[in-house]
Design a protein. Structure first.
Lengths: 503, 479
C-alpha cells in the first residue's frame, strides 16, 4: 500500500520539477523570439554596413586581402551569415575570387574543421588548394558510431553544404572526401554538391556510389545518386562513355536512365539531333545499348536513340517497337513521338493493338504528336478497328488532348476532312462515347451545320441526355431548330417501330 | 461500508495515479525525442536550397493528389486552386466526388471549364462505380470523377484506380496546402535507400487565417477558445507525438488530410478499407502488416515541415462528434490489428507504438475520464485530503501545461507559422487555459467513443464543412 505521506512527497517533488521545467520552457520560448529579433537586426545592420565593400570587391575595385581586412571585424554569427549570403548570391563567375576571400577570412578552414575534424580539416584544405586528388578518408574517427548520430552529423552536413559553395574543383574535393563520412546526411549533401558542380572528373566517383547504392552497400538512396548524375549537361555525355559498359546491368540501367533525363532536359530548350552527340556515343547506343541483355537498358536506350532523329535511329526504334519486353516497347513508342519518325507510323499503328495498355496509350500519344499525318492515321484506325481496346485507347487520347474540337470543326459539309470527321463521330456514338459530342451539340460556339451532322450521328444510338437537348434546340426558330424537331420525330418513329417490334 | 468504499476509492486513485505517471512519462520521452529530431531537422532543412533543387529535379517522381469530396461546394475550388499552385513539377489532381448532393461538381465545372468526357477507367481496387469524368485539356493535370456515394475510403480507392503516378497523396477537400509542402513530403522518399511507403506531414488549423485564391495570405489565430485550444492540440499532436514515433520507425498514425503513399504497395495491401471510420489509421496499420508479413524492407516517415491547413470544428456539438468518431476509429483499428500488440515480429511498432496507441491513446481515455470524475469525488466524500487533492490537480494542470508549452517551444524553434508576438502570447496562454475544461471535455468525448465501440453502437458521424471562414453543418447517419 502506498502511504499518503510518501505519495504527497512524490507529488510535491513532481510538481516542483514540472513547474520548473514549465518556467524554463516559457523563458526559452520568449528568449528565442527575442533572440531571433535581435539576430535579424544585427544581420540587417551588417548587410547595410558591408554591402558596399562586397560590391566593390565583386567589381574588382578591392583586392582579396583588402576586402578580408575590411570584413574581418564581422565576427558574430549574424554578421557572418549576412556576409555569407551576400557572397554566395554573387554571380557564379565570381566564385573563384569569393572562394579566395572566404579562405582569407578563415571560413573555409573553419568549415573544413567542422566537417572533417581539426587536423584532417586543415590537411584537406591544403590539399584542395594545391589541387591534389582526394584521399577518400572522410572525417577523423569515422568508424566511431557516435558520428552517425544526427546531433553530430547535421553540423558536418551543413559545413559540407557551405564548402560546396566554393569553386567547382574545391567543392568537388571536399565533397569527395565527405562521401567517406559515416553519416548518410553528410553523404547525401556531398553527392548533391557533386551533382551541382558537374565536374567531369567526379563521374567515376558518382558511378562508384551508384554501384554501392545498387548493391545496397551504401546508406545513400539510388535517387540521390541519380539526381547528381542527371545534373550533368549534354556536353558532358562523352565522359559517360567509359562507364556505360559497366558489368552490372542495374548500374548500366541507371546510367542510361540518367542520360535519358539529361537529353530530355536539353531537348526542352533546343530540339536535339545526332550532331549533338559524339560519334562513339551515337554508335554505342545504336549498336550496343539498344541490344543490351537487360531489358531495362534497352528500354531507356530507346528513349536516348529517339533524340538522334535520323534514319538509323528509326531502324533501331522499329526493332525495339517489337521487342519482347513491354517496357522496351513502351519507351520505344514514346521515343517515336516526333514527326521526323513519320516512317514509323505503320509500326506505331500496330502498337495500338499491343496487349499492354500502357504501350497502346503511348502509341496513341505518339501518333497524335506526329502532326497531321500521325493524327489522321490514328483517326482512320479508330474508324476501322474492330478491337474494342484499341478504339477505347484512341478515343481516350482524342478526348484528353482536346482534339475532339478539331473533329467537330471539320464536320461542316465541304470541309476537306468532313468524311473522316463524320465517320469518327459515328464511331464515337457507336461506342457510347457521346459526352463531348453532346456538349458540342449544346454549344452555340459550334457552327449549326456541324451540330446538324452531329444530331444525325447521335440519333443512331442516342443516350438519354440527347432528347432533352433536342427538345431544347427544337424551340429555336432556325434551321437547327427545325433539324432538331425532325430528328426528334424520326427518332420517335424509330422508337415506336422498335417498341412495336419488341411487343 | 464507508471504509470499504474508501478502500475502493484508494485503489482507483492509485490506478489513476499510476496511469498518470506512465502516460506522462511516455509523453515526456516522446517530447524529448521530438525536440531532438525536430530541431535537427529544422536546422538542416533551413540551411539548404534543397527543395528548390527537388522542384527542378527530373528524379522527383510524379504524384497524384487524390481529393475525395462529399458536399464540399464551399471549399473545393479553393482546395483545387491551392493544389494547382503547388510547387511540384509533375502532378495529377484527381478530385473524386463521392455522390455529392450539393454543387461540388458544378463549382469545379464552372471554375475550370471542365467538360464531361468518357474516359478509360481501369479499376484495380474494388469501389462504387464511376458515373462521370470531367476534364479540360487546358488543365491537363486535373480530372474530376463523379461516383456513387460510398464513403471517403471508397472515393480514395477510385482516385487510386485513376492515378497514373507511382505515388499518391490524399488531400482533404477542405484543406489548403502550402506551395512547397508536397516537395517537403516527397523529400524523405527520395533520400531513403528503402521503399518509403508513407510520408506524413504536419496539419494546422486554418480557422482565423485569411485565404485568397487557394492560398493562406495571412496566418492568424481563430477567435473562439474552442478553436484556439484545438490549435494548441494540433501543434502538440503533430510536433511531438508523430516525429518521435517516426524516429523510432514506428509510425502508426498519419493524417489522411495530407499524406503521401506508395501506390503499388497500397494496391497490393488491398487499398483503403471501409470497415473502420478512420481509414487513414487503418491503412497505415494494414500496410505495416502486409509489408512485415511479406518481409519487405520499408519505411514510414513523418516530416515536420510540410504544412496543410484544414478547418476545425467551431462548436462543441461538432467537436464532440469529431472526437467520438476519431476515438471509435482508433479503437476499431487497434482491435482489428490487435495481433500486432506486443508482437516482437513488428519491432518497435509492435512492442512500443501500437501498445501505446491501444492502451494509452485508445483505452486510456476511460481512465482519464474516470480520474476527472473520481479525484474530485474522492475529495468530496473525504477519501482524499484537501492538500493532496490540490496537489494532484495542480500536477495535472502543470503537466498538461508542460506538454503544451513544449509544443509551443517546438513550434517556435522550427516552423514559426504564427509570426506575431501576440500570437505567441495567445499560444502560451492557451497552453495553460486548455487544462481547465478543454482537456477534460476531450477525455469525456473520447471515452464516449470507446463506449460506443464497446456497446457496438457504430455510429458514423460526419462533419460537413462549409469552407474556411464559413460555418459548418453536420450530417449524421447510421452505418
Amino acid at each position: 500500500m502506498i502511504l499518503l505521506e510518501d505519495l504527497t512527497r512524490f507529488v510535491l517533488w513532481l510538481l516542483f520539477t514540472i513547474l520548473t521545467v514549465n518556467m524554463l520552457f516559457l523563458t526559452f520560448v520568449m528568449y528565442r523570439r527575442l533572440a531571433r529579433k535581435r539576430y535579424y537586426a544585427v544581420k540587417d545592420s551588417a548587410r547595410d554596413r558591408y554591402q558596399h565593400v562586397i560590391a566593390k570587391f565583386l567589381r574588382g575595385e578591392l583586392e582579396v586581402s583588402q576586402t578580408a581586412s575590411l570584413l574581418e571585424e564581422a565576427t558574430s554569427q549574424p554578421e557572418q551569415d549576412a556576409l555569407e549570403e551576400m557572397l554566395l548570391n554573387a554571380p557564379p563567375e565570381q566564385r573563384a575570387r569569393i572562394s579566395e576571400l572566404l579562405f582569407a577570412l578563415g571560413n573555409v578552414e573553419r568549415w573544413a574543421r567542422t566537417a572533417f575534424g581539426y587536423r584532417r580539416g586543415r590537411t584537406f584544405v591544403q590539399r584542395a588548394f594545391r589541387g591534389d586528388a582526394p584521399l577518400g578518408t572522410g572525417p577523423a574517427n569515422r568508424w566511431n558510431p557516435i558520428l552517425r548520430l544526427r546531433f553530430f552529423s547535421v553540423p558536418r552536413a551543413i559545413a559540407i553544404e557551405r564548402l560546396g559553395s566554393l569553386t567547382p574543383l574545391l567543392a568537388t574535393y571536399f565533397s569527395t572526401e565527405a562521401l567517406a563520412d559515416p553519416a548518410f546526411e553528410v553523404q547525401r549533401t556531398a553527392i548533391g554538391v557533386l551533382g551541382r558542380h558537374r565536374v567531369p572528373a567526379a563521374i567515376p566517383q558518382l558511378v562508384k556510389e551508384l554501384q554501392r547504392a545498387v548493391e545496397q552497400a551504401s546508406d545513400l538512396s539510388l535517387r540521390s545518386v541519380k539526381a547528381a548524375l542527371v545534373s550533368y549537361r549534354i556536353d558532358d555525355l562523352p565522359w559517360f562513355l567509359p562507364v556505360l559498359e559497366h558489368p552490372n546491368s542495374r548500374v548500366r540501367f541507371f546510367l542510361v536512365d540518367a542520360i535519358r533525363e539529361i537529353c530530355l532536359h536539353a531537348a526542352r530548350t533546343l530540339p536535339l539531333n545526332k550532331n549533338d552527340f559524339s560519334q562513339p556515343f551515337y554508335e554505342l547506343f545504336l549498336d550496343q545499348m539498344s541490344a543490351d541483355t537487360s531489358a531495362d537498358v534497352r528500354a531507356r536506350s530507346a528513349a536516348v536513340i529517339g533524340y538522334f532523329r535520323d534514319q538509323r535511329a528509326a531502324q533501331v526504334l522499329r526493332r525495339l517497337l517489337t521487342d519482347e519486353n513491354e517496357f522496351v516497347r513502351l519507351h520505344a513508342t514514346r521515343a517515336c513521338a516526333d514527326r521526323l519518325f513519320a516512317t514509323l507510323v505503320p509500326d506505331l499503328l500496330r502498337r495500338l493493338e499491343d496487349p499492354k495498355w500502357r504501350v497502346r496509350e503511348s502509341a496513341a500519344r505518339a501518333l497524335r504528336a506526329m502532326d497531321r499525318d500521325g493524327f489522321d492515321e490514328l483517326l482512320r484506325l479508330f474508324i476501322a478497328t474492330t478491337d474494342r481496346y484499341t478504339a477505347d485507347q484512341i478515343i481516350d487520347e482524342i478526348q484528353r488532348s482536346g482534339t475532339v474540337e478539331d473533329v467537330v470543326s471539320s464536320l461542316v459539309p465541304g470541309n476537306a476532312d468532313f468524311a473522316l470527321a463524320e465517320a469518327v463521330c459515328r464511331k464515337m456514338v457507336q461506342m457510347g462515347k457521346t459526352s463531348l459530342l453532346l456538349n458540342a451539340l449544346a454549344s452555340s460556339g459550334v457552327p449549326d451545320e456541324a451540330r446538324a451532322v452531329m444530331m444525325d450521328a447521335i440519333a443512331l444510338a442516342p443516350p438519354p441526355e440527347f432528347y432533352p437537348l433536342l427538345q431544347a434546340l427544337s424551340q429555336h426558330e432556325s434551321a437547327l431548330g427545325f433539324k432538331a424537331a425532325s430528328v426528334m420525330s424520326a427518332s420517335a418513329v424509330r422508337r415506336a417501330a422498335v417498341g412495336g417490334a419488341d411487343a | 461500508m464507508h471504509s470499504f468504499l474508501l478502500q475502493i476509492f484508494d485503489y482507483l486513485n492509485t490506478i489513476i495515479l499510476i496511469y498518470f505517471v506512465i502516460t506522462n512519462g511516455t509523453y515526456t520521452v516522446l517530447m524529448v525525442l521530438s525536440l531532438y529530431t525536430v530541431t535537427l531537422h529544422s536546422r538542416y532543412a533551413s540551411r539548404r536550397s534543397y527543395y528548390a533543387q527537388l522542384a527542378e529535379s527530373p528524379v522527383t517522381p510524379p504524384v497524384a493528389l487524390v481529393v475525395p469530396a462529399f458536399n464540399e461546394q464551399d471549399a473545393i475550388v479553393a482546395t483545387v486552386l491551392s493544389l494547382m499552385d503547388l510547387q511540384y513539377s509533375e502532378k495529377e489532381i484527381i478530385v473524386v466526388d463521392d455522390g455529392s448532393t450539393d454543387s461540388t461538381v458544378q463549382r469545379l465545372i464552372e471554375q475550370f471549364g471542365l467538360l464531361k468526357m468518357d474516359l478509360i477507367y481501369r479499376p484495380v481496387l474494388a469501389a462504387k462505380p464511376v458515373t462521370a469524368f470531367y476534364h479540360n485539356p487546358r488543365y491537363p493535370e486535373l480530372i474530376v470523377l463523379s461516383k456513387e456515394n460510398g464513403g471517403k475510403p471508397d472515393a480514395v480507392n477510385v482516385g487510386i484506380n485513376m492515378a497514373r503516378s507511382s505515388y499518391f497523396c490524399t488531400v482533404d477537400a477542405d484543406s489548403i496546402i502550402e506551395r512547397e509542402a508536397l516537395l517537403r513530403l516527397i523529400a524523405p522518399v527520395l533520400q531513403s535507400n528503402v521503399n518509403t511507403v508513407v510520408s506524413g506531414g504536419v496539419v494546422r488549423i486554418a480557422n482565423g487565417c485569411t485565404i485568397q485564391d487557394g492560398r493562406i495570405t495571412e496566418v492568424d489565430l481563430p477567435g473562439s477558445w474552442l478553436e484556439r485550444c484545438q490549435v494548441i492540440e494540433y501543434i502538440r499532436t503533430f510536433l511531438f507525438g508523430r516525429p518521435a514515433w517516426s524516429l523510432l520507425n514506428a509510425t502508426f498514425i498519419t493524417s489522411g488530410a495530407f499524406c503521401l503513399l506508395h501506390k503499388e504497395t497500397v494496391i497490393a495491401a488491398g487499398g483503403l478499407s471501409t470497415d473502420t471510420v478512420t481509414e487513414d489509421i487503418d491503412l497505415v496499420a494494414t500496410l505495416h502488416q502486409y509489408l512485415r508479413t511479406n518481409k519487405r524492407k520499408y519505411r514510414m516517415v513523418f516530416t515536420t515541415d510540410p504544412i496543410c491547413w484544414t478547418e476545425c470544428p467551431r462548436t462543441i456539438g461538432m467537436f464532440a462528434r469529431q472526437r467520438r468518431r476519431w476515438q471509435l476509429g482508433l479503437m476499431q483499428t487497434v482491435m482489428k490489428h490487435n495481433e500486432m500488440i506486443f508482437n516482437p515480429r513488428y519491432g518497435g511498432l509492435g512492442m512500443l507504438s501500437i501498445p501505446f496507441h491501444a492502451y494509452i491513446e485508445a483505452i486510456g481515455c476511460l481512465v482519464e475520464a474516470m480520474g476527472t470524475i473520481l479525484v474530485p469525488f474522492s475529495f468530496l466524500i473525504g477519501a482524499m485530503p484537501l492538500a493532496l487533492f490540490i496537489l494532484i490537480m495542480t500536477l495535472a494542470v502543470g503537466y498538461g501545461t508542460l506538454l503544451s508549452l513544449g509544443s509551443v517551444l517546438l513550434e517556435e524553434t522550427t516552423l514559426r507559422r504564427y509570426p506575431g508576438m501576440r500570437h505567441l502570447l495567445i499560444l502560451i496562454a492557451f497552453a495553460v487555459i486548455e487544462n481547465f475544461g478543454y482537456r477534460q471535455m476531450v477525455s469525456f468525448f473520447r471515452a464516449q467513443g470507446v463506449l460506443r465501440y464497446i456497446t457496438g453502437l457504430r455510429k458514423w458521424e460526419t462533419v460537413v464543412h462549409k469552407g474556411v471562414g464559413g460555418s459548418m453543418a453536420l450530417a449524421e447517419h447510421e452505418s
